[in-house]
Ligand binder design. Structure first.
Ligand code: HEC
Ligand code: HEC
Length: 388
């Protein structure tokens, strides 16, 4: 825990610099240098209106006002307790580097995402304008990771999972999260919760000692998922062939529909989702089809379905190259349906008939062991324990 506390006080410095009202932290032993992530500092931009890039890229999951839960358990980005405990640096890096193994992609140009530093800075500034300024976080006492493990198992695991399971709460075992979160940031969330979300304030339910214990467990016991490998696949050139097995036979799919509410006579089955097992079988049988990866290219460069072309939902130029000749087109994302749903809707609007979503999404596809092309060191993500 000592190393963790050392790291903590170093990482606290940006808070102190920001708030201008802080008292220096308690006496600390000499500090080790924290591991740096190669992300440039947040550029200063004026606090303005909601950036267009936020609407195009983020609102689909985090909602138009960034209150979260528009899709896929994407958390709120504007609760008071989050904004007062997260530094600009935490926000910037979370957006730039994403949370590999979840549906939160790396949006920074450094990872071949769509946003340059200034655009990320604008989003950070807009989020900032919606809540309190960061303030010095609570000090973290020395905790006992062993005792913390019991608290975690009883009070946290069902929502936050661990190295082998993702829950509906933010993954605390995610290696990229842990590179940027500090014990005091984590403690702040546990003590005060996140208002208007499922994350309750544990002040009063757990003692200060128990909270220190669980923080110690999160950093020293829970373990981290494998760090994202440093290498990515080469960036898509835009010249990758669209059609897989162009001379093969057409596949036969039996897509399922969104369920109709009983009594809703206007509801027409939309036959929108093809189970991944059928698509894997069609690949094995060398059937003719097109598979579109609808995520930012940075995600395609980590891992994609074998033969899938990168056509991000936010930059769908290559859709114009598709011929409306009856070839089956499947789209997927990690979410599992939202970004791929945008691609499917675009194609349907152009009159394409045989177009559907790969039902379970790429994370489940990868977990099930179906064929992927992955950068060296990328492993299948932990299983999802909550329905999405
Ligand atoms: C496909 C859905 C999706 C999209 C699109 C998306 N996110 Fe996320 N985001 C998530 C999820 C899910 C998480 C939590 C991941 C986890 O479990 O660790 C997350 C986490 C975050 C976090 C960290 C929050 C915290 O409390 O630690 C930030 C900041 C964030 N997203 C910002 C953005 C921004 C800005 C964009 C657009 C550029 C964006 N996200 C696009 C799903 C999404
Ligand atoms: C009922 C489900 C649930 C339980 C139980 C729960 N959490 Fe959470 N937790 C969440 C959700 C959901 C969020 C994200 C809230 C939001 O939208 O900001 C969250 C957020 C957090 C965060 C903030 C992470 C970040 O990047 O912003 C931390 C830290 C955290 N929880 C720790 C804990 C700990 C430790 C426990 C047990 C003492 C616990 N949680 C119990 C659902 C839960």
């Amino acid at each position: 825990m000592a190393a963790v506390r050392g790291l903590l006080s170093i990482l606290l410095l940006p808070f102190l610099a920001c708030s201008g009202e802080a008292t220096p932290p308690a006496k600390q032993p000499p500090q080790p240098t924290p591991k740096s992530i190669d992300v440039p500092a947040t550029p200063k931009v004026a606090v303005g209106e909601r950036p267009q890039a936020y609407m195009t890229l983020c609102a689909i999951c985090h909602g138009p006002e960034a209150k979260g839960y528009a899709a896929d358990h994407a958390p709120s980005l504007v609760t008071s307790t989050f904004l007062e405990s997260a530094t600009d640096d935490f926000l910037f890096r979370s957006i730039a580097s994403g949370r590999p193994g979840t549906s939160m992609a790396a949006y920074g140009k450094a990872s071949n995402g769509p946003l340059d530093d200034a655009q990320i800075g604008e989003i950070v500034a807009w989020l900032r304008s919606k809540g309190p300024a960061p303030k010095p976080n609570l000090a973290v006492g020395p905790g006992d990771a062993k005792r913390g493990a019991e608290v975690y198992a009883k009070s946290c695991h069902s929502c936050h999972g661990d190295m082998t399971a993702l829950g509906e709460g933010i993954s605390l075992a995610n290696a990229t999260f842990r590179q940027m979160a500090t014990p005091s940031f984590v403690r702040h969330a546990i003590v005060w919760g996140r208002p208007d979300t499922k994350m309750l304030a544990f002040k009063g339910t757990l003692t200060d000692g128990q909270i220190d214990d669980v923080v110690a467990f999160i950093f020293d016991g829970l373990g981290a998922m494998a760090s994202p490998p440093p290498q990515q696949l080469p960036a898509p050139t835009g010249k990758e062939p669209l059609v897989i097995n162009p001379t093969g036979k057409d596949p036969t799919f039996s897509p399922r529909s969104d369920p109709c509410t009983p009594g809703d006579l206007a509801c027409v089955p939309n036959k929108r989702y093809v189970p991944s097992a059928q698509i894997a079988q069609a690949l094995a049988d060398k059937r003719k089809m097109i598979i579109i990866d609808a995520r930012p290219a940075s995600d395609w460069m980590r891992v994609h379905v074998t033969g899938a072309v990168s056509i991000p939902h936010h930059d769908p130029k290559r859709l114009d190259e598709l011929k409306n000749d009856g070839t089956w087109v499947l789209a997927y994302c990690a979410c599992p349906h939202h970004l791929s749903g945008e691609i499917v809707d675009m194609l349907k609007a152009k009159g394409f008939k045989n177009v559907a979503i790969l039902d379970e999404g790429i994370l489940e596809w990868h977990r099930l062991g179906y064929p992927v092309v992955a950068a060296p060191g990328v492993t299948p993500p932990p299983k999802q324990t909550e329905p999405q």
